[in-house]
Design a protein around this ligand. Structure first.
Ligand code: HOZ
Length: 427
């Protein structure tokens, strides 16, 4: 007999391409049936079959306080009845912008949008408009959403599906996108030596988290800053994943490097569809209606999304030690996986930065896209299916991260470790 998840998938494929609204959700790379999630609370999820999971994804990052946080929910419940969308200016947007600018020192002006993809697409346009240059550098394996110009050697879903670049993206859209190697400043310098005066910006995930998790090596982010300064190009940090996660001031605070522009994603809306881009006043002043770079959106700064996001950001601001606790707990968790692998003589790699981490099924250290690709994705699929069947909800793809939240208890993390151990021991 089919499970409810299977029944739903059978129905979904009739009406939705591949049955899902985002490819990674299809569970294709692990050869399994998607879990249709019915409800979530704290660090737990329940699917339509009633199976309970410890959630190690957290909606791909934004649920840093866990699901259904009372403070967030209280504000959403207040904002909803006042109106779902006005397509007009609201006090909440002003408050949100003020809050983001006060929390992230490099951001002096900020514009709300509806997703990380939109934020990055807009930030690139701003960088081009400000510098009057066209080329951008991105890093192989870094994912910046699915806008045309950035679907070049993107990581994540594209990497998992084995699609190097997307169909439907005309060459003209990507001809100004140059690829460099993550953690390799020479590969960046080579582009600048060839055509530095044409390069508008370098965009980077300060911690790469869409080819699995890859930490920037010492001096890498600082080196990017120096090269950009040398050539009057802008440095864009895509903090869709790291923003308000590694700390209240994101990766730029964690590594003490100040970008010109920053993009944020769903964490700014506590899981509601929100993104934002912001940066130096002088640069952001090119955005319409102040300047000549057009960017717009009826739903941008949506009142309910702003209420949810502000509740989460205010909570984080009012609990400055919460990051320390989360990062310490995460360090202990990822260290335990490493120790377990050593004890069981398994050669795999654990990469982590703060509450982001991942397990690569490779014996090589992973520091860029090429080394990430040495991971055995079949081994990951087997492991992931075991974990799912035993109540741990992991990303259904090797090249994604685990996201710990402040709602994960020691007992829940211990349970995840015990489930991993049970899997490793039966290999
Ligand atoms: N790599 C994406 C999160 N950064 C996966 C989520 C999705 O594409 O739906």
């Amino acid at each position: 007999m089919q499970s409810r998840n299977e029944q739903l998938m059978a129905e979904a494929v009739k009406y939705i391409p591949g049955g899902v609204n985002s490819p990674v959700r299809a569970f294709g790379s692990i050869g399994s049936c998607p879990r249709f999630i019915k409800r979530a609370d704290g660090a737990l999820l329940w699917d339509e079959d009633g199976q309970e999971y410890i959630d190690m994804i957290g909606s791909w990052g934004p649920m840093i306080l866990g699901h259904h946080h009372p403070k967030v929910w209280e504000q959403v419940a207040k904002a909803g009845p006042m109106g779902l969308s006005f397509g007009a200016a609201t006090a909440a947007e002003v408050e949100m912008a003020k809050l983001v600018c006060s929390l992230v020192p490099s951001v002096e002006l900020v514009r709300m949008v509806n997703s990380g993809t939109e934020a990055v697409m807009s930030a690139i346009r701003v960088a081009r408009g400000y510098t009057r240059r066209n080329k951008i550098i991105k890093f192989t394996g870094c994912y910046h959403g699915h806008s045309d110009g950035l679907l070049v050697k993107a990581g994540s879903g594209v990497m998992t599906a084995g699609v190097p670049d997307s169909l439907g993206v005309p060459e003209g859209c990507t001809s100004d996108t140059l690829s460099a190697v993550y953690n390799d400043l020479e590969s960046v310098r080579a582009h600048f030596s060839r055509c530095g005066e044409e390069i508008a910006a370098v965009i980077v995930e300060p911690v790469a988290a869409n080819m699995g998790v890859v930490e920037p090596e010492e001096g890498f982010l600082q080196g990017l800053r120096e090269i950009c300064d040398q050539y009057d190009a802008l440095l864009i940090f895509d903090e869709v994943i790291t923003g308000f996660r590694l700390g209240i001031d994101g990766a730029q605070g964690y590594y003490n490097v100040r970008p010109d522009l920053t993009t944020f994603g769903k964490i700014i809306g506590a899981g509601m569809p929100v993104g934002a881009y912001g940066g130096r006043r002088e640069v952001m002043e090119v955005v319409a209606p102040l300047g000549g770079v057009y960017q717009a959106g009826t739903l941008s700064g949506n009142p309910v999304a702003m209420a949810a996001g502000m509740a989460q950001l205010n909570w984080l601001k009012d609990h400055p030690h919460s990051y320390e606790t989360l990062n310490q707990r995460a360090a202990a968790f990822f260290d335990s996986i490493r120790e377990m692998l050593t004890e069981l003589k398994l050669p795999w790699q654990v990469n982590h930065v703060g509450s982001l981490g991942c397990l690569f099924f490779t014996g090589q250290t992973v520091h860029d896209y090429e080394s990430a690709k040495t991971s055995d994705t079949k081994a990951y699929a087997d492991y992931c299916n075991y974990m799912l069947t035993h109540g741990v909800y992991l990303a259904p793809a090797q090249f994604e991260a685990m996201f710990l939240s402040m709602a994960h208890s020691d007992a829940q993390l211990k349970q995840v470790l015990e489930t991993m151990r049970a899997y490793f021991e039966q290999l």
